[in-house]
Design a protein around this ligand. Sequence first.
Ligand code: KG4
Ligand code: ZN
Length: 356
Amino acid sequence: MRVLGVETSCDETAVALLDGGRVVESLVYSQLREHEPYGGVVPELAARRHLETLPSLYRELKIRTGLDPASLDAIAVTNGPGLLGCLLVGLNFAKALSFAHGVPLVGVNHLEGHLCSVELAQGAPEPPWIALLVSGGHTSLYVVEKPGVYRQIGATRDDAAGEAFDKGAKILGLGYPGGPAVDRAARAGNEKAYAFPGAFIRDSPYDLSFSGLKTAVLYKVRDLTGGGKRTLTESETADLAASLQRAVVLALTRRIERAVEDFGIPAVVVVGGVAANSRLRREAGRLESRGIRCFLPPPAYCTDNAAMIALAAHARLGRGEPAQGLTLGAHARLPLADRMAADSPIPRRRKPRVGR
Ligand code: KG4
Ligand code: ZN
Protein backbone atom coordinates (compact mmCIF):
# COMPACT_ATOMS: atom_id res chain seq x y z
CA MET A 1 0.00 0.00 0.00
CA ARG A 2 1.40 3.41 -1.05
CA VAL A 3 0.31 6.33 1.12
CA LEU A 4 1.10 10.03 0.75
CA GLY A 5 1.12 11.96 4.05
CA VAL A 6 0.47 15.71 4.41
CA GLU A 7 1.00 17.57 7.71
CA THR A 8 0.47 21.31 8.29
CA SER A 9 -1.14 21.47 11.75
CA CYS A 10 1.35 23.90 13.32
CA ASP A 11 4.68 25.34 12.19
CA GLU A 12 6.11 22.44 10.19
CA THR A 13 5.13 21.88 6.57
CA ALA A 14 5.64 18.20 5.81
CA VAL A 15 4.99 15.59 3.12
CA ALA A 16 6.01 11.93 3.05
CA LEU A 17 5.61 8.83 0.95
CA LEU A 18 5.22 5.41 2.55
CA ASP A 19 5.25 2.09 0.72
CA GLY A 20 4.12 -0.96 2.66
CA GLY A 21 4.41 1.05 5.88
CA ARG A 22 8.06 1.91 5.19
CA VAL A 23 9.28 5.45 4.62
CA VAL A 24 10.33 6.08 1.01
CA GLU A 25 10.83 9.81 1.64
CA SER A 26 9.91 12.25 4.39
CA LEU A 27 10.39 16.00 3.87
CA VAL A 28 9.89 18.60 6.59
CA TYR A 29 10.16 22.36 6.22
CA SER A 30 10.40 23.95 9.64
CA GLN A 31 9.18 27.53 10.01
CA LEU A 32 11.05 28.01 13.31
CA ARG A 33 13.22 30.84 12.04
CA GLU A 34 10.17 32.80 10.84
CA HIS A 35 8.44 32.63 14.22
CA GLU A 36 11.58 33.09 16.32
CA PRO A 37 11.40 36.92 16.48
CA TYR A 38 7.90 36.64 17.98
CA GLY A 39 8.88 34.07 20.64
CA GLY A 40 6.14 31.66 19.51
CA VAL A 41 4.08 30.51 16.54
CA VAL A 42 2.05 33.28 14.86
CA PRO A 43 -0.96 31.39 13.40
CA GLU A 44 -1.62 33.69 10.45
CA LEU A 45 2.04 33.72 9.44
CA ALA A 46 2.22 29.93 9.76
CA ALA A 47 -0.83 29.39 7.53
CA ARG A 48 0.54 31.69 4.84
CA ARG A 49 3.92 30.01 4.93
CA HIS A 50 2.26 26.56 4.54
CA LEU A 51 0.44 27.92 1.50
CA GLU A 52 3.71 29.04 -0.06
CA THR A 53 5.76 25.97 0.90
CA LEU A 54 3.48 22.97 0.53
CA PRO A 55 3.24 22.89 -3.30
CA SER A 56 7.02 23.09 -3.74
CA LEU A 57 7.67 20.53 -1.01
CA TYR A 58 5.24 18.13 -2.74
CA ARG A 59 6.96 18.80 -6.09
CA GLU A 60 10.31 17.99 -4.44
CA LEU A 61 8.87 14.72 -3.09
CA LYS A 62 7.64 13.80 -6.59
CA ILE A 63 11.06 14.49 -8.09
CA ARG A 64 12.93 12.53 -5.41
CA THR A 65 10.64 9.49 -5.49
CA GLY A 66 9.34 9.53 -9.09
CA LEU A 67 5.86 9.44 -7.58
CA ASP A 68 2.89 9.06 -9.91
CA PRO A 69 0.04 10.34 -7.71
CA ALA A 70 -2.52 8.19 -9.55
CA SER A 71 -0.65 5.09 -8.24
CA LEU A 72 -1.33 6.03 -4.59
CA ASP A 73 -3.69 3.92 -2.48
CA ALA A 74 -4.48 6.78 -0.11
CA ILE A 75 -3.72 10.39 0.73
CA ALA A 76 -3.47 10.92 4.49
CA VAL A 77 -3.84 14.40 5.90
CA THR A 78 -3.87 15.82 9.43
CA ASN A 79 -7.37 17.24 9.99
CA GLY A 80 -6.96 18.14 13.69
CA PRO A 81 -6.12 19.13 16.32
CA GLY A 82 -4.07 22.18 15.39
CA LEU A 83 -4.25 25.75 14.17
CA LEU A 84 -7.35 25.93 12.01
CA GLY A 85 -5.91 28.13 9.26
CA CYS A 86 -2.88 25.85 9.05
CA LEU A 87 -4.92 22.63 8.99
CA LEU A 88 -7.10 24.01 6.17
CA VAL A 89 -4.09 24.55 3.91
CA GLY A 90 -3.02 20.90 4.14
CA LEU A 91 -6.57 19.60 4.01
CA ASN A 92 -7.49 21.52 0.87
CA PHE A 93 -4.24 20.55 -0.82
CA ALA A 94 -4.90 16.88 -0.02
CA LYS A 95 -8.51 17.16 -1.20
CA ALA A 96 -7.42 18.66 -4.52
CA LEU A 97 -4.95 15.81 -5.07
CA SER A 98 -7.54 13.24 -4.05
CA PHE A 99 -10.10 14.69 -6.46
CA ALA A 100 -7.68 15.18 -9.34
CA HIS A 101 -6.19 11.68 -9.18
CA GLY A 102 -9.14 9.69 -7.85
CA VAL A 103 -7.26 8.61 -4.70
CA PRO A 104 -9.11 7.98 -1.38
CA LEU A 105 -8.63 10.63 1.32
CA VAL A 106 -7.98 9.71 4.96
CA GLY A 107 -8.17 12.29 7.76
CA VAL A 108 -5.69 11.59 10.55
CA ASN A 109 -5.73 12.88 14.12
CA HIS A 110 -2.34 14.53 14.69
CA LEU A 111 -2.08 12.83 18.11
CA GLU A 112 -2.63 9.40 16.57
CA GLY A 113 0.12 10.26 14.09
CA HIS A 114 2.52 10.92 16.99
CA LEU A 115 1.44 7.70 18.72
CA CYS A 116 2.26 5.73 15.54
CA SER A 117 5.59 7.49 14.97
CA VAL A 118 7.50 4.96 17.03
CA GLU A 119 6.76 2.32 14.38
CA LEU A 120 8.47 4.30 11.61
CA ALA A 121 11.91 3.13 12.61
CA GLN A 122 11.17 -0.03 14.59
CA GLY A 123 8.29 -2.41 15.06
CA ALA A 124 5.59 -1.67 17.61
CA PRO A 125 5.75 -3.53 20.91
CA GLU A 126 3.37 -6.39 21.51
CA PRO A 127 0.17 -4.88 22.95
CA PRO A 128 -0.72 -3.75 25.53
CA TRP A 129 1.54 -0.77 26.17
CA ILE A 130 1.53 2.53 28.04
CA ALA A 131 1.88 5.55 25.74
CA LEU A 132 3.11 8.97 26.79
CA LEU A 133 2.51 11.73 24.27
CA VAL A 134 4.59 14.83 25.07
CA SER A 135 4.52 17.67 22.58
CA GLY A 136 4.23 21.44 22.48
CA GLY A 137 0.45 21.35 22.73
CA HIS A 138 -0.34 18.04 24.45
CA THR A 139 0.78 15.89 27.33
CA SER A 140 -1.29 12.75 27.81
CA LEU A 141 -0.87 9.25 29.14
CA TYR A 142 -2.73 6.36 27.51
CA VAL A 143 -3.20 2.66 27.91
CA VAL A 144 -3.13 1.11 24.43
CA GLU A 145 -4.79 -2.27 24.68
CA LYS A 146 -4.52 -2.87 20.95
CA PRO A 147 -3.32 -0.76 18.03
CA GLY A 148 -5.76 2.06 17.30
CA VAL A 149 -7.55 1.93 20.67
CA TYR A 150 -6.26 4.63 23.02
CA ARG A 151 -7.62 4.95 26.51
CA GLN A 152 -6.50 8.17 28.12
CA ILE A 153 -5.68 7.74 31.81
CA GLY A 154 -4.03 11.09 32.48
CA ALA A 155 -3.16 14.48 31.04
CA THR A 156 -1.78 17.86 31.95
CA ARG A 157 -4.20 20.21 33.67
CA ASP A 158 -2.53 23.30 32.23
CA ASP A 159 0.70 23.63 30.23
CA ALA A 160 2.00 20.82 28.03
CA ALA A 161 5.51 19.50 28.76
CA GLY A 162 6.80 21.22 25.61
CA GLU A 163 5.24 24.47 26.79
CA ALA A 164 6.97 24.09 30.15
CA PHE A 165 10.27 23.95 28.26
CA ASP A 166 9.29 26.80 25.93
CA LYS A 167 8.11 29.12 28.72
CA GLY A 168 11.04 28.20 30.98
CA ALA A 169 13.47 28.94 28.14
CA LYS A 170 11.84 32.33 27.60
CA ILE A 171 12.31 33.22 31.27
CA LEU A 172 15.95 32.13 31.06
CA GLY A 173 16.50 34.14 27.88
CA LEU A 174 17.32 31.01 25.89
CA GLY A 175 15.09 31.84 22.94
CA TYR A 176 12.60 29.86 20.90
CA PRO A 177 11.92 26.96 20.58
CA GLY A 178 12.67 26.33 24.21
CA GLY A 179 12.98 22.54 24.33
CA PRO A 180 16.13 22.13 22.26
CA ALA A 181 17.60 25.33 23.83
CA VAL A 182 17.08 24.05 27.39
CA ASP A 183 18.41 20.62 26.37
CA ARG A 184 21.61 22.27 25.05
CA ALA A 185 22.09 24.72 27.94
CA ALA A 186 21.46 21.99 30.53
CA ARG A 187 24.49 20.00 29.40
CA ALA A 188 26.83 22.38 31.26
CA GLY A 189 24.60 22.68 34.33
CA ASN A 190 24.10 21.01 37.69
CA GLU A 191 20.58 19.59 37.63
CA LYS A 192 20.42 19.43 41.41
CA ALA A 193 21.27 23.11 41.86
CA TYR A 194 17.62 24.10 42.31
CA ALA A 195 14.69 22.00 43.50
CA PHE A 196 11.68 22.72 41.30
CA PRO A 197 8.18 21.28 41.90
CA GLY A 198 7.33 17.91 40.41
CA ALA A 199 4.02 18.76 38.66
CA PHE A 200 2.08 16.36 40.91
CA ILE A 201 -1.63 16.65 41.61
CA ARG A 202 -3.03 15.16 44.81
CA ASP A 203 -5.20 12.04 44.23
CA SER A 204 -4.60 12.15 40.45
CA PRO A 205 -1.62 9.86 39.94
CA TYR A 206 -1.46 10.16 36.15
CA ASP A 207 -2.27 13.86 35.74
CA LEU A 208 0.26 16.68 35.69
CA SER A 209 0.38 20.42 36.23
CA PHE A 210 3.32 22.43 34.95
CA SER A 211 2.13 25.95 35.74
CA GLY A 212 3.73 25.93 39.20
CA LEU A 213 7.07 24.97 37.67
CA LYS A 214 7.06 27.98 35.37
CA THR A 215 6.29 30.27 38.33
CA ALA A 216 9.03 28.64 40.44
CA VAL A 217 11.59 29.27 37.68
CA LEU A 218 10.42 32.87 37.36
CA TYR A 219 10.75 33.51 41.11
CA LYS A 220 14.16 31.85 41.27
CA VAL A 221 15.41 34.08 38.43
CA ARG A 222 14.03 37.15 40.26
CA ASP A 223 15.81 36.07 43.46
CA LEU A 224 19.11 35.50 41.73
CA THR A 225 19.07 38.74 39.76
CA GLY A 226 17.76 40.93 42.58
CA GLY A 227 14.53 41.54 40.69
CA GLY A 228 16.25 42.09 37.34
CA LYS A 229 19.12 44.31 38.60
CA ARG A 230 21.64 42.08 36.84
CA THR A 231 21.54 39.35 34.21
CA LEU A 232 22.01 35.66 34.97
CA THR A 233 25.53 34.32 34.66
CA GLU A 234 26.17 31.54 32.15
CA SER A 235 26.59 28.98 34.91
CA GLU A 236 23.39 30.09 36.68
CA THR A 237 21.51 29.77 33.38
CA ALA A 238 22.95 26.30 32.82
CA ASP A 239 22.04 25.20 36.37
CA LEU A 240 18.51 26.58 36.01
CA ALA A 241 18.05 24.89 32.61
CA ALA A 242 19.32 21.57 33.97
CA SER A 243 17.12 21.79 37.09
CA LEU A 244 14.05 22.70 35.01
CA GLN A 245 14.74 19.82 32.63
CA ARG A 246 15.16 17.39 35.52
CA ALA A 247 11.84 18.49 37.04
CA VAL A 248 9.94 17.97 33.76
CA VAL A 249 11.60 14.67 32.92
CA LEU A 250 11.15 13.17 36.39
CA ALA A 251 7.50 14.29 36.46
CA LEU A 252 6.99 12.36 33.23
CA THR A 253 8.90 9.24 34.18
CA ARG A 254 7.22 9.04 37.60
CA ARG A 255 3.82 8.94 35.83
CA ILE A 256 5.10 6.23 33.51
CA GLU A 257 6.40 4.14 36.41
CA ARG A 258 3.14 4.52 38.29
CA ALA A 259 1.07 3.42 35.26
CA VAL A 260 3.40 0.49 34.57
CA GLU A 261 2.97 -0.70 38.16
CA ASP A 262 -0.78 -0.07 38.41
CA PHE A 263 -1.73 -1.66 35.11
CA GLY A 264 0.98 -4.31 35.07
CA ILE A 265 2.11 -3.31 31.59
CA PRO A 266 5.92 -3.16 31.39
CA ALA A 267 6.11 -1.66 27.86
CA VAL A 268 6.13 2.07 27.19
CA VAL A 269 6.00 4.19 24.06
CA VAL A 270 7.13 7.84 24.39
CA VAL A 271 6.35 10.15 21.46
CA GLY A 272 6.07 13.84 20.52
CA GLY A 273 8.60 16.67 20.30
CA VAL A 274 9.69 16.37 23.94
CA ALA A 275 10.62 12.70 23.35
CA ALA A 276 13.66 14.17 21.52
CA ASN A 277 14.95 15.44 24.88
CA SER A 278 18.31 13.87 25.72
CA ARG A 279 17.64 13.72 29.47
CA LEU A 280 14.29 11.97 28.90
CA ARG A 281 15.98 9.50 26.57
CA ARG A 282 18.60 8.79 29.23
CA GLU A 283 15.84 8.20 31.77
CA ALA A 284 14.22 5.75 29.32
CA GLY A 285 17.50 3.82 29.39
CA ARG A 286 17.23 3.65 33.19
CA LEU A 287 13.68 2.30 32.94
CA GLU A 288 14.92 -0.33 30.47
CA SER A 289 17.50 -1.49 32.99
CA ARG A 290 14.62 -2.01 35.43
CA GLY A 291 12.77 -4.29 33.02
CA ILE A 292 10.42 -1.70 31.46
CA ARG A 293 10.72 -1.85 27.68
CA CYS A 294 10.85 1.67 26.24
CA PHE A 295 10.16 2.57 22.62
CA LEU A 296 11.05 6.08 21.41
CA PRO A 297 11.18 7.25 17.79
CA PRO A 298 14.47 8.65 16.49
CA PRO A 299 14.55 12.43 17.21
CA ALA A 300 13.61 13.35 13.61
CA TYR A 301 10.32 11.48 14.00
CA CYS A 302 9.60 12.90 17.49
CA THR A 303 8.84 16.37 16.15
CA ASP A 304 6.10 16.98 13.57
CA ASN A 305 6.43 15.09 10.29
CA ALA A 306 4.14 13.63 7.64
CA ALA A 307 5.51 10.07 7.72
CA MET A 308 3.71 9.45 11.02
CA ILE A 309 0.46 10.77 9.50
CA ALA A 310 0.79 8.43 6.52
CA LEU A 311 1.59 5.51 8.84
CA ALA A 312 -1.49 6.13 10.99
CA ALA A 313 -3.63 6.02 7.83
CA HIS A 314 -1.81 2.91 6.59
CA ALA A 315 -2.57 1.16 9.87
CA ARG A 316 -6.22 2.19 9.88
CA LEU A 317 -6.83 1.11 6.29
CA GLY A 318 -5.00 -2.13 7.11
CA ARG A 319 -7.53 -2.76 9.89
CA GLY A 320 -10.32 -2.37 7.35
CA GLU A 321 -11.43 1.11 8.41
CA PRO A 322 -12.89 3.17 5.54
CA ALA A 323 -11.37 6.25 3.89
CA GLN A 324 -13.27 9.55 4.13
CA GLY A 325 -14.67 11.69 1.35
CA LEU A 326 -14.16 15.27 0.24
CA THR A 327 -16.52 16.54 2.94
CA LEU A 328 -13.83 15.88 5.58
CA GLY A 329 -13.53 18.90 7.88
CA ALA A 330 -10.64 20.47 9.82
CA HIS A 331 -10.97 20.74 13.61
CA ALA A 332 -8.86 22.89 15.91
CA ARG A 333 -9.89 20.55 18.73
CA LEU A 334 -10.14 16.86 17.98
CA PRO A 335 -10.04 14.50 20.95
CA LEU A 336 -8.31 11.21 20.34
CA ALA A 337 -9.88 9.28 23.12
CA ASP A 338 -12.49 10.18 25.65
CA ARG A 339 -11.24 10.40 29.14
CA MET A 340 -12.08 7.15 30.84
CA ALA A 341 -15.15 7.24 32.99
CA ALA A 342 -14.41 6.29 36.58
CA ASP A 343 -16.88 3.41 36.30
CA SER A 344 -15.20 1.88 33.26
CA PRO A 345 -12.01 0.43 34.64
CA ILE A 346 -9.26 -0.84 32.39
CA PRO A 347 -8.68 -4.50 33.14
CA ARG A 348 -5.70 -4.50 35.49
CA ARG A 349 -3.19 -7.18 34.81
CA ARG A 350 -0.86 -8.93 37.15
CA LYS A 351 1.91 -6.72 38.48
CA PRO A 352 5.03 -6.81 36.31
CA ARG A 353 8.26 -7.79 37.88
CA VAL A 354 10.04 -4.46 37.83
CA GLY A 355 13.35 -4.10 39.63
CA ARG A 356 14.09 -1.00 41.66
O1 KG4 B 1 5.48 17.39 18.50
P1 KG4 B 1 5.96 18.76 18.22
O2 KG4 B 1 6.97 18.95 17.11
O3 KG4 B 1 4.79 19.73 17.91
C1 KG4 B 1 3.54 19.65 18.52
O4 KG4 B 1 2.71 18.84 18.06
O5 KG4 B 1 3.39 20.41 19.52
O6 KG4 B 1 6.56 19.30 19.62
C2 KG4 B 1 7.13 20.56 19.74
C3 KG4 B 1 7.59 20.73 21.18
C4 KG4 B 1 8.08 22.13 21.50
O7 KG4 B 1 7.47 22.58 22.70
C5 KG4 B 1 9.59 21.94 21.69
O8 KG4 B 1 10.15 22.88 22.61
C6 KG4 B 1 9.64 20.53 22.21
O9 KG4 B 1 8.66 19.83 21.47
N1 KG4 B 1 10.96 19.92 21.98
C7 KG4 B 1 11.79 19.56 22.99
C8 KG4 B 1 12.99 19.10 22.37
N2 KG4 B 1 12.83 19.18 21.02
C9 KG4 B 1 11.57 19.68 20.80
N3 KG4 B 1 11.63 19.61 24.32
C10 KG4 B 1 12.66 19.20 25.08
N4 KG4 B 1 13.84 18.76 24.58
C11 KG4 B 1 14.05 18.70 23.24
N5 KG4 B 1 15.22 18.26 22.76
ZN1 ZN C 1 2.93 17.39 16.99
